[in-house]
Design a protein around this ligand. Structure first.
Ligand code: FAD
Length: 287
């Protein structure tokens, strides 16, 4: 499988990249890790006339503190997110999700920002990032804008990005406690999530004061399970409570159904994984 011919551009500055993107519009595709774009090009599902490789742009590298939160640059790989001391300290659930992606090769090349731009409904990060209220920092020649991830993800392989825009970073706005867990059922060949649930809890003496639950893999885009979050808030952790409060995470959404799992199975999985994620998160709380 060989991609259609394309022009390869490798700018050294963000300004240069934005100028190429501005001029090329729909003809161009940005490349970071290449672990979704290149397979799509080989299958001719994507046939960009111009590929803009961002990897020489040093300003897009790295993971840094941003106020009390964390900023993850467009070129930060899954492996860097997994190993980052800052991420482990301020949003450990993100490091956990990164460590569950694909295999070592994928984690060494793929990027967090590339993953959210690709908007695969089976991607792992969105569950954790939604639970952390993450924001997307977007650049274009027209200026910068910031959008919550929830608004950025629009559906199957679809985001709010305009053709002249690229993602420069993702920001987790504030630190979150260690009482968090990401649990998934993987598709065995690729590792992609058939269902994945991220639970971020804020706890005091065994009681859940506040909860954020992100769900991925089961619908055309990841989402927050707001009803379950409310149902477990103010409750002491325990098996009976989880059984009654963490249910119907999918709500009335239309669910994915494919060769890997039916919609009904995904609905069931989300509830089972939801209970496991909340229980695992609570077990990590320090009182
Ligand atoms: C074998 C295999 C197994 C995998 N398993 C998993 C898994 O278990 N879980 C999981 O979540 N993912 C999995 N993935 C996907 C992987 O995580 C990809 O790395 C990720 O989805 C895309 O990141 P990338 O940096 O490789 O992006 P690229 O492939 O470079 O780009 C992907 C898309 O996003 C666009 N894009 C990239 N960066 C930007 C940017 N900064 N601004 C604007 N647009 C941008 C590109 O134009 C392209 O359309 C797997 C991939 C493979 C090949």
């Amino acid at each position: 499988m060989i991609p259609a011919a394309f022009e390869y551009r490798s700018p050294e500055t963000l300004e240069e990249a934005l100028a190429i993107l501005d001029q090329a519009g729909e003809e161009a595709k940005v490349l970071t890790g290449g672990h979704s774009l290149i397979p799509a090009m080989k299958l001719r599902l994507a046939t960009p006339a111009i590929v803009i490789d961002l990897r020489r742009i040093t300003a897009l590298r790295g993971i840094a503190a941003d106020g009390g939160g964390v900023r993850i640059g467009a070129l930060a790989t899954h492996a860097e997110v997994e190993r980052s001391e800052l991420v482990r300290e301020r949003c450990p659930i993100l490091a956990e999700a990164a460590g569950r992606i694909g295999d070592v090769q994928v984690r060494n090349r793929g990027t967090l920002c590339g993953s959210i731009c690709h908007a695969d409904p089976a991607a792992d990060y969105p569950a954790a990032l939604l639970a952390l209220d993450a924001e997307v920092l977007i650049a274009s020649r027209r200026g910068d804008r910031v959008e919550p991830l929830d608004g950025f993800l629009r559906g199957l392989l679809s985001t709010s990005l305009e053709v002249d825009e690229l993602v420069r970073a993702v920001r987790v706005p504030r630190a979150a406690p260690a009482s968090a867990a990401y649990v998934k059922m993987s598709q065995s060949a690729s590792g992609f999530a058939i269902a994945g649930v991220a639970a971020q809890l804020w706890m005091k003496r065994g009681v859940i004061e506040r909860a954020a639950i992100g769900v991925t893999g089961i619908a055309d885009r990841a989402f927050r399970a707001a009803d379950a979050e409310l149902a477990i808030s103010g409750k002491a952790i325990g098996a009976a409570m989880l059984e009654t409060a963490v249910r119907n995470l999918a709500g009335a959404r239309e669910l994915l159904s494919d060769i890997h799992a039916s919609a009904d199975y995904r609905r069931h999985l989300a509830d089972v994984l939801g209970r496991r994620a909340v229980a695992a998160a609570a077990a990590r709380a320090s009182y």
